[in-house]
Design a binder for this molecule. Structure first.
Ligand SMILES: Nc1ncnc2c1ncn2[C@@H]1O[C@H](COP(=O)(O)OP(=O)(O)OP(=O)(O)O)[C@@H](O)[C@H]1O
Ligand SMILES: [Mg+2]
Length: 266
């Protein structure tokens, strides 16, 4: 039983918020969940409710030099040529480097897997990609990947492992045009199921009309998450981010998306 979801979308639209809520909701429903943060500035841990002092101590896999050296034989920054292992063994990483957020919910902070950003196929990138590939191919349960914008995890060899591309957009022209591109890209890379999430919605009809005028293909299902002021209050709490309550607007709306996603559980 498994379900692999990539959360994509323009910067700031709510990818991390929705990834966190989905992870919490699926674990509340009794599923085993692995949440992966592949942002170069990771912040999923905070959105999952980990205290800031604990979250700030997490070292992303892609920046864990001693781990990278152990797994690839090369320390980042050293003259490595082409001699590092391109198939580092990664089976034990999930167990050793995941953080148990709560029962049934584990987080791994992977860091960026974007070769454009790091500029090379360096050992760090090789390790991060090998780990992602391993989790997407071999781990059962629900895996959710919060990515920088989405496009980087759609790279070679990874994209086709996802069952669903959950593309988040604000109900604005710019955000929806990017969503359309990401959905087209996902289709080209054989991610068959695409779901558009309109987030921070205040006027549902207007938002849906705009979305449908831009993303016309009816194969893309559209869901709405309303603007939830409580999420802002949550952000202002310095000690930790309390998780949105079960009766909050965001939790309720994202629960509906979780139910829709469960149809793709294979
Ligand atoms: N439904 C919502 N209602 C109100 N505020 C929201 C909602 N969803 C997200 N936000 C707020 O929008 C901001 C951006 O959210 P988030 O960090 O999840 O976006 P992101 O797409 O992950 O951003 P980035 O591209 O920087 O990683 C946060 O302040 C978050 O609290
Ligand atoms: Mg984010």
């Amino acid at each position: 039983m498994s379900l692999k979801i990539v959360v994509s979308g323009k910067g700031g639209v709510g990818k991390t918020t929705i990834t966190a809520l989905l992870s919490l909701i699926f674990s509340d429903l009794g599923y085993q969940v692995v949440a992966l943060d592949s942002d170069s500035v990771p912040n999923l841990a905070l959105s999952l409710g980990l205290p800031p002092d604990k979250a700030s101590k997490i070292v992303p896999l892609a920046r864990n030099d001693s781990l990278i050296e152990r797994k690839t034989g090369v320390r980042p920054g050293e003259g490595w040529g082409v001699l590092f292992s391109l198939n580092p063994s990664v089976e034990d990483i999930l167990e050793k480097y995941s953080i148990e957020v709560r029962p049934r919910l584990r987080l791994v902070v992977v860091g960026s897997v974007d070769s454009g950003k790091s500029g090379c196929l360096c050992p760090a990138l090789a390790l991060a990609r090998a780990f992602l590939l391993y989790v997407l191919s071999k781990v059962s349960g629900i895996v959710i990947v919060d990515s920088e914008a989405g496009a980087e995890v759609f790279g070679r060899g990874l994209a086709e492992k996802f069952d669903v591309n959950l593309c988040v957009a604000e109900p604005t022209l710019r955000s929806l045009l990017i969503a359309r591109k990401l959905i087209e890209l996902a289709r080209d890379l054989h991610i068959r199921n695409n779901i558009l999430v309109l987030n921070k919605v205040t006027n549902e009809k207007q938002a849906l009309d705009l979305a449908r005028s831009i993303i016309e293909d009816s194969a893309t299902e559209v869901h709405v998450v309303h603007y939830d002021e409580k999420l802002l209050r949550v952000e202002q709490d310095k000690s930790r981010l309390p998780i949105p309550e079960r009766d909050s607007i965001a939790y309720r709306d994202v629960s509906r998306i979780a139910q829709a996603l469960l149809r793709y559980l294979g």
